[in-house]
Design a binder for this molecule. Structure first.
Ligand code: UTP
Ligand code: MN
Length: 444
């Protein structure tokens, strides 16, 4: 089977006949008798483009415009009657022979890498009596073809992917292609989407490829990412998060008796597992929070448990707010760490892969620490507690309903043209006219 991912990178588009988006990048047309047209309605333009690209990579012809050259019309979640009414309005002479198919046929074909045999269940039947003469060969119940997948979408492996599309089957196919590879590369700490895309285009397929390719130069973050890849791609348990909280807490108090350390992120929302552990560190001593963070990291280094540190100095300046940039990323000092956590520090020991014991008495864990000044504490805590979706909704609510701008730094009232103060998260909810929500209820 020909994967899009195996194709040479950066080849110029082939010339194509008008209106036809044929296979690109040198993929041969494998099925000249099949010309697909994907109905945009319900499917949406983005998904349509995405599916068309997938089909082309597999050697299918996909037409952008519906014309009499089209042999197979593919539709998703459209009402049969509405779809057929629309088709009739297109005044196509080949309507009687046109195959009008449910997305199920498309996904089956993508999986097989060829147009699968048409079955009754694939057809979207024209339910108007006058059109019965137009129907191609087999016509059966339209219910089967309307049975879409949403109830099956519980498979956790695919939940991320599902955000960009509805059809479970299609996502499964994509998993085997480009998506799978990008996901693998970005699973390495320090490898972002851009690098992953570059590696993918360069024909790298496995993590070992990236390690062995002489053309790939890893930065220190990526080196640490590879070194601890097994450990940090394994979930962190609540017991581990609490153990790290204890270690950091002791270290912080060793530096300043006024230090404040709070567990945030998913664990504050009550999650049992996370991909990292997030902490907020602050101090009532004005302007000392970044120094405190640096001292904390230093203390961890001296304890011999600092495996990696990527420190981002503060770029926060209250005078620049509100800028254009009420945004997701905040400007406070923060450190992205990899820490060594010992078995003996965790109730029940550290998390290990099922049934494996490699003789080590420790594991590596990703830890983020952000250090806002105390008067920004409530906003940062709210922001870092998440979930991301909850934050997005809250910010949109503030903007649309209250004419206020909310981010990790503050809350700006556009009507009053002033920042609204908050000592606690409760104050922020109150400014927004919302009932206070405990972190456990913010798992949107
Ligand atoms: P995470 O990515 O750690 O998510 O960010 P999480 O909810 O804890 O889930 P897992 O279990 O680790 O995967 C936590 C929150 O911190 C915010 C994010 O927006 C998210 O809401 N955050 C993170 C920031 O505001 N700024 C950052 O630089 C990083
Ligand atoms: Mn987290």
């Amino acid at each position: 089977m020909l994967h899009a991912t195996m194709l040479p990178p950066m080849r110029k588009r082939q010339r194509r006949t008008e209106g036809t988006e044929g296979p690109r990048y040198g993929v041969e047309v494998k099925f000249p008798d099949v010309r697909l047209y994907l109905v945009e309605k319900k499917m949406g333009a983005t998904r349509r483009g995405f599916l068309a690209q997938l089909a082309r990579a597999k050697g299918f012809l996909v037409e952008d415009v519906l014309s009499e050259r089209v042999t197979h019309v593919v539709s998703e979640q459209n009402q049969a009657q509405e779809l057929w009414q629309w088709l009739r309005r297109q005044a196509l002479n080949n309507l009687p022979t046109l195959h009008v198919l449910d997305i199920g046929w498309f996904t089956d074909s993508m999986r097989e890498g060829r147009p699968v045999t048409l079955e009754a269940r694939h057809h979207i039947q024209d339910i108007l009596p006058e059109a019965s003469t137009h129907l191609p060969v087999v016509v059966l119940s339209r219910y089967a073809c309307q049975r879409r997948t949403s109830t099956e979408n519980h498979n956790e492996i695919f939940t991320e992917i599902l955000q960009c599309g509805r059809s479970f089957e299609v996502e499964k196919i994509l998993c085997n292609d480009r998506y799978q590879r990008l996901k693998l590369f970005t699973s390495v700490f320090g490898v972002g989407p851009k690098t992953a895309e570059k590696w993918h285009r360069g024909g790298l397929r496995t993590l070992n490829d990236a390690l062995e390719d002489p053309g790939v130069e890893l930065n220190s973050m990526q080196k640490a990412g590879f070194r601890h890849h097994g450990d940090i791609s394994r979930a962190v348990s609540r017991a581990e998060a609490l153990a790290l909280g204890e270690i950091l807490h002791q270290a912080a108090l060793g530096i300043s008796a006024h230090a404040v350390l709070v567990l945030t992120g998913g664990f504050r929302r009550g999650k049992e597992f996370g991909h990292d552990v997030d902490f907020l560190l602050s101090t009532p001593e004005q302007g000392k929070e970044e120094t405190l963070l640096l001292s904390l990291v230093d203390s961890l280094r001296r304890q011999g448990i600092l495996l990696y540190c990527d420190h981002h100095p503060s770029t926060f300046d209250i005078n620049n707010l509100p800028g254009v940039s009420f945004e997701a990323m905040d400007h406070f000092a923060k450190s992205f760490l990899i820490l060594r956590l010992e078995d003996r520090q965790v109730e029940g020991g550290v998390q290990r892969p099922e049934g494996q014991h490699d003789g080590r008495s420790w594991r590596a864990v990703r830890v983020d620490v952000v250090a806002p000044p105390m008067e920004r504490y409530a906003f940062t805590l709210l922001g870092w507690t998440g979930s991301r979706q909850f934050e997005r909704d809250l910010r949109r609510f503030a903007r649309k309903e209250k004419r206020m701008l909310l981010d990790n730094h503050g809350l700006w009232d556009k009507t009053k043209k002033e920042f609204l103060p908050a000592e606690r998260e409760e104050d922020i909810f109150a400014h927004l006219g919302l009932e206070y929500l405990e972190p456990q209820l913010r798992n949107a």
